[in-house]
Write a protein that binds this ligand. Structure first.
Ligand SMILES: [Fe+2]
Length: 405
């Protein structure tokens, strides 16, 4: 008889994997006031604070700005106009503002779009060019010392106001090309933020619907990270603990927004759950969801919440070894699985999505049957498809979209 995750632990030693999680994370209460004190340790002196209008209206921007100057740093400027999906024009604007105001560092206060905007603005600020020119992975200029590391960008600190994307510790940024209706990624070591400040006070004004959708994004990272073809032992440690935290805290964080422990634990969970993706571990829930965002403006977490259960059923039916990975997760979630583990886990997640008040069908968020061919094209070409545990055909993905309609 084997115990929890034994098959994974007894698997053969891998030929290769890489793992990187270098961000200094500080987590706790009353940290917004120490933003400047902490960011000074990373070499920041004159800070450009990047945020959006919704967060500005909550008063959080002013609190953090005060924390910056209280810590002895100068505030070069505040940019509070990041849109819901970051794009090339806005990151160019932020980079130009940083130059004009003599900033030497970036502090992002917001969700994924704000943090990704600050990452790419920092890239343009340091190396010039336009965002689209930097599309892809590991394309940043290397140092000449032969170490193979990307040249350092200006110090970047992130204070996430949602618990989901994990961008505060990740090496990638997602940018929308509004003309081409695609979202593309830029990923490299140098984009990884130096400092992440996880304080539940930054998420207390987050509405339940957003806490739910971003939390489902984190859950999707943890699950896809664990079952991915590119799994590794370091990443497993992060994925499993993230899932345990999400299981214990997500519903409370959504239904009781004032619950600081639940909100704080979800921030930690999200920052853990993204780490496996930094070594490439994701899957087709993300492949299916990216085109939903690019073509139908479906929020990323909502798309994942809808697509995740079907992909679990599909993957788990792809072989005993894949089903075994899902059995680990079902066991961690305390699920009894008399029949197919994929079905059991998928049903559990469908129930969770309903209890969180999120949509469960793509037709509820504007996707139509006529749009499926274009969605499939996007999903087949998505990098996440390559690391999915089961290799899908275009028809498989079309069927997953149809069943989720
Ligand atoms: Fe995601």
């Amino acid at each position: 008889m084997t115990g929890f995750a034994d098959e994974r632990q007894m698997a053969g030693f891998k030929d290769f994997y890489q793992f990187s999680a270098p961000t200094r994370v500080i987590a706790g209460r009353d940290l917004l006031a120490s933003a400047g004190f902490e960011f000074a340790k990373e070499g920041a002196r004159r800070v450009l604070l990047v945020s959006d209008a919704v967060i500005r209206a909550t008063g959080l921007v002013d609190r953090v700005a005060e924390g910056v100057t209280d810590g002895g740093l100068e505030l070069a400027a505040i940019f509070d106009a990041v849109p819901q999906d970051s794009d090339g024009a806005v990151v160019a604007q932020i980079a130009a503002l940083a130059r004009e105001t003599g900033a030497d560092s970036f502090l992002a206060l917001g969700g994924g779009s704000v943090m990704d905007s600050a990452k790419v603005a920092n890239l343009l600020f340091t190396h010039g060019g336009s965002a689209r020119e930097w599309e892809g992975y590991y394309g940043l200029p290397r140092a000449d010392d032969g170490a193979g590391r990307a040249l350092e960008l200006a110090p970047l600190a992130c204070i996430p106001t949602t618990a989901g994307t994990g961008s505060e510790v990740s090496f990638a940024a997602v940018i929308k090309d509004r003309e081409a209706h695609v979202k593309y990624q830029i990923g490299d070591f140098a984009l990884i933020p130096r400092l992440a400040i996880l304080d539940p006070a930054a998420t207390l004004t987050l509405p339940p619907a957003l806490a739910a959708s971003t939390g489902m994004d984190a859950m999707t990272h943890a699950i896809e990270g664990y079952v991915s073809r590119d799994w590794n032992a370091h990443a497993d440690a992060y994925a499993l603990h993230a899932l345990a935290l999400i299981h214990a805290n997500l519903e409370r964080a959504v239904h009781s927004p004032a619950d600081e422990s639940a909100r704080g634990n979800m921030l930690i969970a999200a920052s853990l759950a993204i780490v496996p993706t930094t070594s490439g571990a994701l899957g087709i829930a993300h492949s299916l969801s990216h085109p939903c965002g690019a073509l139908y403006d479906v929020p990323h977490g909502v798309a994942n919440a809808i697509n995740l259960p079907g992909t679990i059923e599909y993957n788990a039916a792809g072989g005993d070894d894949i089903a075994a990975r899902y059995r680990d997760l079902a066991e961690l979630l305390g699920l009894e699985s008399a029949g197919e583990v994929g079905q059991t886990l998928a049903d559990h997640i469908r129930g969770l999505v309903v209890s969180l008040g999120l949509p469960t069908r793509l037709s509820q968020v504007g996707v139509t049957e006529a749009g499926i061919p274009a969605l499939v094209e996007g999903a087949m070409g998505d990098a996440c498809t390559l690391v999915n545990p089961r290799v899908p055909t275009a028809e498989d993905l079309a069927e997953l979209y149809r069943r989720a309609l």
